[in-house]
Ligand binder design. Structure first.
Ligand code: IDP
Ligand code: MG
Length: 153
């Protein structure tokens, strides 16, 4: 089906890892029906994080954001599926957990904008840039998902 190969970059931030929310977050993407095509656990360098958040470099919270993201390991993932960028953002909720509806990851699992546990790409273009930044091409696994007929018809 057209569009089912769209990809997004999702990262569980250091607070999500420390709070043992890795399984809960992965469960939500799996149960929705998205396909995992890349995943690694790493302590990201400040250089990588500054590049990842380069659009925000002039914001007053930028230094604190980099310190937070560098405070511990993260889980970096690539998920694939129909409208995964947009739907992924809906599943995350709003940037500020206080504005996020119940049922969303941020709405259910966190409290403050500086500790909002998860990153998700905001457009197909930024998803592709972020995937290229965080993953080598050979780290993305190509395989057939045998549930495609059940999920997409
Ligand atoms: P997003 O993560 O929902 O895409 P962005 O605006 O891209 O939100 O901001 C990136 C990250 O920067 C947020 O997830 C959050 O961790 C942090 N952030 C955004 N706005 C603020 C703020 O006003 N104060 C402190 N941290 C912020
Ligand atoms: Mg963003």
């Amino acid at each position: 089906m057209a569009g089912i190969e769209e990809r997004t970059f999702i990262a569980i931030k250091p607070d999500g890892v420390q709070r043992r929310l890795v399984g809960e977050i992965i469960r939500r993407f799996e149960q929705k029906g998205f396909k995992l095509v890349g995943m690694k656990f790493l302590h990201a360098s400040e250089e990588l994080l500054k590049e990842h958040y380069s659009d925000l470099k002039d914001r007053p919270f930028f230094a604190g954001l980099i310190d937070y993201m560098h405070s511990g390991p993260v889980v970096a993932m690539v998920w694939e599926g129909l409208n995964v960028v947009k739907t992924g953002r809906v599943m995350l909720g709003e940037t500020d957990p206080a504005d996020s509806k119940p049922g969303t990851i941020r709405g259910d699992l966190c409290m403050h904008v500086t500790r909002n546990i998860i990153h998700g790409s905001d457009s197909v273009e930024s998803a592709n840039t972020e995937i290229d930044l965080w993953f080598q091409p050979e780290e993305l696994v190509s395989y057939q998902n045998c549930t495609d007929d059940c999920i997409y018809g």
